[in-house]
Write a protein that binds this ligand. Structure first.
Ligand code: SF4
Ligand code: SF4
Ligand code: FES
Length: 265
């Protein structure tokens, strides 16, 4: 049995420091196991958030040796060296040790109107092509770990939480906009408060997604194209003006009832 050093951030919003703990490893041990071992045997005051230990709840996000990752999906033997550094994700306010306040993400999600089918199909079973199911299914794999939000420079370096909902919410909007039964137009929101224009397609978000969602290629770029089509494409505007193509049929955002409370997950 090998012993490693787990170097954990300990502290809160007022400050903190890195603290070393010696941990005995076992085969297939993950970083979350090591944190649990410290809690059980050395210091029960260490704070970390977790639920499933199966890479499916999105709770245990952290930065492991500086790389955003799930603690329950990162094996100790995969980390280089005998000292592993674990710090909290940095984009959101720190609560304690490895736990951050990610509630901003839920507030932004609540601003996105849910699936809104046409009146004539609402409440009935949907008949959808498999290709349409597959396209939306990729986005529905999101486990809300917010690792993508953590690495997005618009949120992390520029702190523009006032202007950009972030890649996770782009995935959410894409899952709705590309749903063949949805009848709502979210492009005004995308261009406005959701701030899709702030993304400059660096793809950092895609690189860290534990569900391998192609965030930029499959969600953000198609959403940008839709906004450009509607607001900035002079050729399209001309074709609409002379009647060669039709205006979009979907209802605008302000047609959604104010009491929409159902949030698609
Ligand atoms: S591709 Fe866009 S959303 Fe993703 S990290 Fe870069 S700027 Fe942020
Ligand atoms: S899109 Fe990927 S990285 Fe972002 S919250 Fe969802 S699962 Fe996590
Ligand atoms: S504990 Fe659920 S994703 Fe890690």
């Amino acid at each position: 049995m090998e012993t490693i050093t787990l170097r954990l951030f300990r502290g809160d919003a007022t400050g903190g420091k890195m603290v070393d703990y010696q941990v005995k490893t076992f085969p297939n041990m993950v970083v979350l196991d090591a944190v649990h071992q410290i809690q059980a045997e050395q210091d029960s005051s260490v704070a970390c958030r977790w639920n499933c230990k199966a890479a499916k709840c999105g709770s245990c996000s952290a930065e492991i040796d500086g790389k955003p990752a799930l603690m329950c999906k990162t094996q100790v033997h995969e980390c280089a060296g005998s000292t592993i550094t674990v710090t909290p994700i940095r984009t959101f306010p720190l609560i304690k040790d490895l736990v951050t306040d990610v509630s901003w993400n839920y507030r932004m999600a609540a601003k996105i109107p849910p699936l809104t089918p046409r009146a004539d199909v609402a409440g009935k079973p949907f008949n959808m092509q498999q290709i349409d199911v597959d396209r939306v299914q990729e986005f529905r794999k999101c486990i809300e770990c917010f690792l993508c939000q953590n690495v997005c420079h618009v949120l992390r370096e520029h702190e523009r939480t006032d202007a950009f909902f972030g890649p996770r919410q782009m995935v959410r909007i894409a899952s709705l906009e590309m749903h063949p039964m949805d009848n709502l137009n979210r492009r005004e929101q995308l261009r406005g408060e959701a701030g899709v224009g702030f993304c400059n397609i660096t793809k950092c978000c895609t690189e860290v997604c534990p569900e391998s969602i192609h965030i930029t290629d499959n969600a953000i770029i198609p959403l940008k194209e839709r906004v450009v089509d509607d607001y900035f494409d002079p050729v399209r505007k001309g074709l609409v003006a002379i009647g060669l193509i039709k205006k979009r049929k979907k209802a605008p955002l302000d047609s959604v009832p104010n009491d929409v409370t159902k949030i698609m997950r």
